[in-house]
Write a protein that binds this ligand. Structure first.
Ligand code: NAD
Length: 354
């Protein structure tokens, strides 16, 4: 199979690329515009494989998308390219509308034009897999409620509203034009190569630097955390075995308050890096409560029973094992995050080619 992965230089996309190259014989075309969130170093050694090619293309550029489809003739699309940071979407929603809505529309149209040229057998095997988030469902207030595949959409932020819009278009292109689509909605991911603006890496790196650990509001917002490599394996399971037209929710059943995540990181750092920056007694002393984010959702929790029972997927990491691996990864991969923090990674763009 040749898989066109959009956003393959991002956090989850790069995990998908590594999983395909290391765990299968499939080929990857990594299509990414390399925005601030894209970093080809995250693909790691997989970039050296004969089965990997990179295309620096923006999904808003329809002509370039048509050229990529014609040149590479993919068997499937896994669409992860997106603007993904909620705080940025509040400060500047325009680029979210552009990439998540207009870009997804362009990609759907390019995929549809390509699909129409395929033989009947190729059409049957073709898949357009759209990767989305549980944030499209809004938030939950009780403790025993879960998002299922039929939970109505109620997005709260510009980010989740644009993702919701893209989900609706993908389903409409399936229903109206017969494009064999798959949609997955996943909970919060964490793990290696996570951009330092996101909660977990931000806390690890600030703590190592003796800086404040800013926690929004009371820190009691609940997220359901999934280790990124478990998500990548789930996505490939859905791509290979999912029923066209269906939606699958993906989650780790690891509900944690934000403050307990930060406290866990502090405890792990106490154990792994006991030599603290000057003047710091305990890492947890760095925790500082800051004004809450507007529209901040209270609780997300995924019911992942459909993908588990129908497709046999199970996460391999618990939160405890995954967060330890993550902290250890940041401790032993300072070259990667120092390059990101300094902005060096943007100067080192390798251009096209492998
Ligand atoms: N991170 C999470 O916890 C999470 C959870 C569930 C779903 N998702 C979804 O998974 C997908 C990937 O998320 P992520 O965390 O890896 O995001 P990310 O921000 O780390 O990566 C996004 C990638 O898309 C690329 N990109 C952005 N705009 C583009 C454009 N116009 N054209 C081509 N490429 C472009 C960026 O360069 C980057 O490499 C997103 O669709 C997101 O909504 C994320």
């Amino acid at each position: 199979m040749k898989i066109l992965v959009t956003g393959g230089a991002g956090f989850i996309g790069s995990a998908v690329v590594r999983e395909i190259i290391n765990g299968s014989r499939d080929e990857v075309v990594n299509l990414d515009a390399l925005t601030y969130a894209g970093n080809l170093q995250s693909v790691g050694l997989s970039a050296d494989s004969e089965r990997y090619v990179f295309e620096q293309v923006n999904i808003c550029d329809r002509e370039a998308l048509d050229r990529v489809f014609q040149q590479h003739q993919p068997d499937a699309v896994m669409h992860l390219a997106a603007e993904s940071h909620v705080d940025r979407s509040i400060d500047g929603p325009a680029v979210f509308v552009q990439t998540n809505v207009v870009g997804t529309y362009n990609l759907l149209e390019a995929a549809r034009a390509f699909y129409l040229q395929l033989s009947e057998e190729q059409q049957q095997n073709f898949r357009f897999h759209h990767i989305s988030t549980d944030e499209v469902y809004g938030d939950l207030h009780g403790t025993d409620d879960f998002f299922t595949e039929s939970t109505p959409y109620a997005p709260s932020s510009p980010y989740s509203a644009t993702k919701a819009s893209s989900d609706h278009m993908v389903r409409a292109w399936g229903r109206t034009y017969g494009l064999p689509i798959l949609v997955t909605n996943c909970s919060n991911n964490y793990g290696p190569y996570h951009f330092p603006e996101k909660l977990i890496p931000h806390m690890i790196l600030n703590a190592l630097d003796g800086k404040a650990l800013p926690v929004y509001g009371d820190g009691l917002q609940i997220r359901d955390w999934l280790y990124v490599e478990d998500h990548a394996r789930a996505l490939l399971t859905v791509l290979k075995n999912g029923q066209p037209g269906e939606t699958y929710n993906i989650g780790g059943n690891n509900e944690k308050t934000n403050i307990s995540v930060v406290e866990t990181i502090c405890s792990l750092l106490e154990e792994l890096v006991p030599n603290k920056p000057a003047g710091i007694n305990q890492y947890r002393d760095l925790i500082t409560y800051v004004k809450d984010r507007p529209g901040h959702d209270v609780r997300y929790a995924i019911d992942a029973s459909k993908i588990k029972t129908e497709l046999g997927w199970q996460p391999q990491e618990t939160f405890e094992s995954g967060i330890r691996k993550t902290v250890e990864w940041y401790l032993s991969n300072s070259v990667w995050w120092k390059n990101v923090l300094s902005g060096e990674y943007r100067l080192e763009r390798m251009g096209s080619g492998r």
